[in-house]
Design a protein around this ligand. Structure first.
Ligand code: PLP
Length: 419
């Protein structure tokens, strides 16, 4: 049904019900004023035009009210994080009780492991993907070390088979079957940052729970990209950043999910601060510490409102469009991208991301034989912003919020000439 022509791509954009969203973003331009072909929404999402106004409002209210802004601001700062909860919960398929926006991703993973990584002498190992994002690997290694375990012995890698790039769920099943009695935690990327593989997290939860392992999911590359249905998946916890597909700005705050089944367990070990103390009595500043139910019970500090304002600006857009419509466009757009790449007459290119739309988000990871970083440089010189991974992989994410079929068409035309 796809066609490899500019006419076809432009026609798809005309028929696209989400095409108007592109104009609501700042698209970076070259010095001549041409839009960049921006394919790195998986690294830093573009800025919604309304973000400035959302942040400005908080600056204005701060100027006007000082400390009284906690109650008097148009969006009072005291409960500000609550304004984000419902939209964020919808994006990841969770109940509001299960979600909070706070801290940054790696920090949240640590705070979650304080509660959900409770190793014993016999059951202490952690399973991660062999190409897990470095920060997650460091985090897990440091947790092992913190509890007095050897980081080599304590870490089990779920690897692709020889000659393959993608992970197979049956291989995880085998690991857990054989070593489950020694495994305390599975911490897996829901969408792998490198291959773009979208794993079946419900299945991962079942595999882990069958052997009494805790199951945590890093959704950095999932949130705002795929619909992970966190509640129904049964995973114990998850965390994700908001500056990738959720367009909230560099280093912005992260999301945290704790499954409802743990919401009222006050016995879970956890770190404390005034912000996870019961809101009703928080400002009495008295003993004893009374932890809040649900995900809010993992907060420590009063949160940065300016960053939250940027998240609100973005979540309001997601709320308006809905993940279902975004996902539908995304499958079509990435499908078109895949189709065009497969049309290129060369043996040098291989897409390592799954060809099944159910097993990927919008990102395609393209392996180019005999390529080096100069290819990436040439793409950049042609206004095509992609992400290079050594030794030979270009990661490209056509984002349904702001990328067009024409973007994808033009990108592949240029890639062809560079090969
Ligand atoms: C982007 C990303 C991170 C980044 O962590 P920060 O704490 O936000 O710096 C961590 N893990 C994964 C899987 C990521 O994709």
């Amino acid at each position: 049904m796809y066609k490899p022509t500019l006419d076809y791509a432009q026609q798809q954009d005309k028929e696209d019900k989400l095409a108007h969203l592109r104009a609501q973003f700042h698209i970076p331009k070259d010095p001549k004023g041409n839009d960049w072909l921006y394919f790195t929404g998986n690294s830093l999402g573009l800025q919604p035009k309304q973000t400035q106004q959302y942040i400005q409002q908080e600056l204005d209210d701060w100027a006007k009210y000082g400390v009284e802004g906690h109650f008097e601001a148009r969006n009072p700062w005291m409960p500000y994080h609550e304004f984000l909860t419902n939209s964020m919960a919808k994006i990841v398929g969770a109940k509001p009780l299960e979600v909070v926006v706070m801290n940054t991703l790696t920090t949240n993973l640590h705070l979650l492991m304080v509660s959900f990584y409770q190793p014993t002498k016999a059951k202490y190992k952690i399973v991660i993907e062999s190409d897990a994002f470095p920060s997650d690997r460091y985090a897990v290694q440091s947790q092992l070390k913190f509890h007095g375990f050897d980081t080599e012995e304590g870490l089990i890698e779920w690897k692709p088979r020889e000659g393959e790039e993608l992970l197979r769920i049956e291989d995880l099943e085998k690991i857990v079957d054989e070593q489950g009695d020694e495994i305390a935690l599975l911490l897996i990327g829901g969408v792998n940052y490198y291959t773009g593989q979208y794993l079946d997290i419900k299945c991962i939860a079942e595999i882990g729970h069958a052997k009494n392992c805790m199951v945590g999911i890093d959704l950095a590359h999932g949130a705002g990209n795929i619909s992970p249905e966190l509640h129904d998946s049964g995973v114990d916890f998850a965390a994700w950043c908001t500056y990738k597909y959720l367009n909230s700005g560099p280093g912005s705050l992260a999301g945290l999910f704790v499954h409802e089944k743990h919401a009222h367990n006050k016995e879970l070990p956890r770190f404390a601060g005034w912000w996870n103390h019961n809101k009703e009595t928080r400002f009495n500043m008295r003993q004893p510490f009374d932890v809040m139910p649900g995900a809010e019970g993992w907060q420590l500090s009063n949160p940065p409102i300016l960053s939250m304002a940027a998240i609100r600006a973005s979540l309001d857009m997601f709320e308006e469009v809905g993940m279902e419509a975004l996902r539908a466009k995304s499958e079509k757009l990435t499908g078109y991208f895949e189709y065009l790449i497969n049309q290129i007459d060369t043996d040098r290119i291989k897409i390592i991301t799954s060809s099944n739309p159910k097993e990927r988000g919008c990102q395609l990871s393209i392996q180019v034989e005999n390529a080096d970083k100069s290819l990436h440089k040439k793409l950049t010189e042609n206004n095509i912003i992609t992400d290079w991974r050594e030794p030979d992989v270009i990661r490209c994410a056509p984002v349904p919020m702001y990328n067009s079929f024409e973007d994808v068409y033009r990108m592949v035309e240029i890639l062809k000439t560079l090969l």
